[in-house]
Design a binder for this molecule. Structure first.
Ligand code: MN3
Length: 230
């Protein structure tokens, strides 16, 4: 009887020990830019890319790390943090958002991103009528965002594509936004993203963006979102 109790107690304690060892911190990486600063010159100048990546993006990352230090958020996925963002301080919302949004933005641009094709092109045609109509609606969302923010192409829970825009560093994964979904394409329309070359001409920056969209990556994200049912 006593022996059984000791065995049970040992199992219980080792179980607890295992559990606390399993509780490892999430690794939020500051990934390298996947191309040179001057690679997107067709649309974005090298100096803008360098400042945007090495200073703005870096600051969002560093401040996100500071904002979650010593809290349970250090153990959560970025997706879970976004899904419950209304529970957390503004420093988390702004900097987790800034970190996520820019990390996505860098990957959906490329000097040789091709054109939309296959399942993605079909979905764009079905949702917006044509590729041109999609571009027009996306440009409209980017152009009419007052002040700082982002334009998005996302997939909703039903697997349908939609366009939206968010203020500041909010994004479609956050519980605070009206139109929720999984973003697969993003455009930063903060002035820091375009002012050196385009000054107040945001529309010129937006139309030049199409020259550097990484459609292969957007298609990969589309397929991934379809697979996960959202
Ligand atoms: Mn930015």
């Amino acid at each position: 009887m006593q022996k059984t109790f000791i065995i049970l107690l040992t199992l219980l304690l080792s179980g607890i020990g295992l559990k606390s060892q399993d509780r490892s911190k999430t690794v939020f990486t500051f990934d390298p830019l996947p191309y040179a600063y001057d690679a997107l010159e067709k649309a974005i100048d090298a100096q803008t890319m360098e400042i945007h990546y090495s200073r703005h993006h870096r600051a969002y990352y560093d401040n996100f790390m500071k904002a979650i230090a010593g809290t349970d958020l250090e153990y959560m996925s970025l997706g879970d943090i976004m899904a419950h963002i209304s529970n957390y301080p503004a420093a988390v919302r702004n900097n987790a958002g800034g970190y996520f949004n820019h990390s996505l933005f860098w990957t959906v641009m490329s000097p040789d991103g091709g054109q939309p094709e296959g399942a993605l092109l079909q979905a764009l045609n079905e949702s917006f009528g044509s590729l041109e109509a999609f571009k027009k609606q996306f440009e409209q969302a980017a152009a009419t965002r007052f002040g700082s923010g982002w334009a998005w192409l996302s997939m909703d829970v039903g697997g349908k594509l939609f366009i939206s825009s968010t203020p500041n560093q909010d994004n479609p994964l956050m519980d605070v936004v009206n139109e929720k979904g999984t973003p697969i394409l993003a455009l930063d329309v903060w002035e820091h993203a375009y002012y050196l070359r385009y000054q107040n001409k945001r529309a010129s920056y937006i139309s030049a963006f199409w020259d550097v969209v990484n459609w292969k990556e957007v298609a990969r994200r589309y397929a991934e979102a379809m697979k996960h049912g959202q």
